[in-house]
Design a protein around this ligand. Structure first.
Ligand SMILES: C[S@@+](CC[C@H](N)C(=O)[O-])C[C@H]1O[C@@H](n2cnc3c(N)ncnc32)[C@H](O)[C@@H]1O
Length: 368
């Protein structure tokens, strides 16, 4: 399913990498951040499409109508999805410090992929989780295996949900069917609401899934409730009431009274991530390209250089030079008269190409 932006954006930066969204941590979080979303479009960026008010209302009405429970948004943006909860109960992880500043929630600033294993180690969980992650970024799980940001956010949302908690997950409809429903842990999905026009200016059918931990769903629970609504109908009281009834029918035990908050661990982790970020920043090499031990190239461009090279379509090529011995450049110089772009091409292939082959291929090219 393609995503078409038909109106100017409102709310987040969408795919634009600007301000705090252009940082080492952001660019390291996913190789697809710098890739183009569609032919001719800008970068995919952090996919900052914030939850509209009507959807946030539905989620709050289903998950916690009396607003007494702590709620986590694992990729919280400016806090749009959490807006119905009292401020002291809102918790969020967000990688873009500009959005953290704009949002009124207890924040961990940083990459969810880095924060998650540490949250698990601290035993943090929430009675309510509400997520609207970036849908199509390339992330990795803790073992280095590739997964989409939808799969990663689903896995982490479920893991951070209290054993008797309830969650809501906003996602592209077709992606949800393809990437989430076939998973074993999708057994906890008790209801979905499809919405064709969820995000302003984006043509992409979405859905909101309501879920429990799979093990908290009764064996004889009713089948998944599948509903559809337009954005304007999402805040309808009858809709939230029917989903709430379904949640109650699917479990004997859903936590609904205030539980102890994780605030102390939360702040501890935010400080720890900040400490690590500073240490890494201090240890980063000073120049975009350096010679290591006098003989190998170390290519570590900063955020600006990476964004500029990606725009020029040169980033992958330059990154291939990382760890190459400088001898390859000397070889090219010996062969003589080579342009800068030609020597880049030759040295990036130079493990396989002998000087003779390089000379031959250059002759062949000039003969054409
Ligand atoms: C689709 S927006 C939704 C924001 C918010 N959940 C809402 O519903 O309005 C996704 C958010 O995820 C953030 N994000 C992207 N990659 C992230 C990462 N690796 N770790 C934490 N947040 C990330 C983006 O900056 C953006 O604010």
């Amino acid at each position: 399913m393609s995503v078409t932006v038909v109106e100017p954006e409102r709310g987040g930066k969408r795919g634009r990498l600007e301000g705090a969204a252009l940082s080492d941590e952001v660019l390291d979080s996913s190789p697809s951040v710098l890739r183009s979303g569609r032919p001719g479009a800008g970068t995919r960026g952090l996919q900052q499409f914030f939850t509209p008010l009507q959807a946030a209302r539905l989620v709050r009405q289903v998950l916690d109508p009396s607003g007494r429970l702590a709620v986590l948004d694992p990729t919280a943006g400016n806090g749009a999805l959490l807006q119905g909860w009292p401020e002291q109960l809102r918790f969020g992880v967000e990688i873009d410090a500009d959005q953290v500043k704009a949002g009124a929630y207890e924040a961990i600033t940083g990459d969810l992929q880095r924060a998650f294993p540490m949250l698990v180690k601290l035993g943090v969980s929430f009675p309510r989780v509400a997520a609207n992650p970036p849908f199509g970024l390339a992330w990795t799980d803790g073992a280095g295996r590739a997964e989409s940001s939808t799969q990663g956010a689903w896995r982490m949302s479920l893991a951070l949900l209290d054993e008797h908690g309830v969650g809501a997950f906003v996602c592209g409809r077709d992606r949800f069917a393809r990437e989430i429903l076939p998973r074993e842990d999708a057994a906890g999905v008790v209801a979905t609401v499809e919405c064709e026009d969820l995000f302003d200016g984006v043509v992409l059918p979405c859905l909101i899934a309501f879920f429990l931990k799979p093990e908290n769903r009764l064996a004889d629970a009713p089948p998944r409730l599948e509903l559809a609504a337009r954005r304007d109908e999402l805040a309808d009281a009858a809709l939230s009431a029917s989903i709430r009834r379904q949640v109650e029918d699917c479990s004997d035990h859903v936590v609904s009274c205030a539980v102890e908050c994780n605030r102390a661990q939360w702040r501890l982790l935010d400080r720890e991530l900040d400490r690590r970020r500073r240490a890494e920043q201090a240890a980063r090499q000073r120049y975009d390209v350096e010679l290591r031990a006098g003989e190998r190239l170390s290519i570590r461009p900063g955020p600006f250089a990476r964004a500029a090279m990606a725009k020029a379509g040169r980033l992958k090529l330059v990154e291939k030079l990382h760890n190459q011995p400088v001898g390859h450049f000397a070889l090219n110089a010996l062969i003589g008269g080579c342009s800068a772009s030609c020597s880049v091409t030759a040295s990036s292939r130079s493990h396989r190409a002998s000087p003779r082959r390089l000379v031959r291929s250059r002759r062949a090219r000039s003969a054409r």
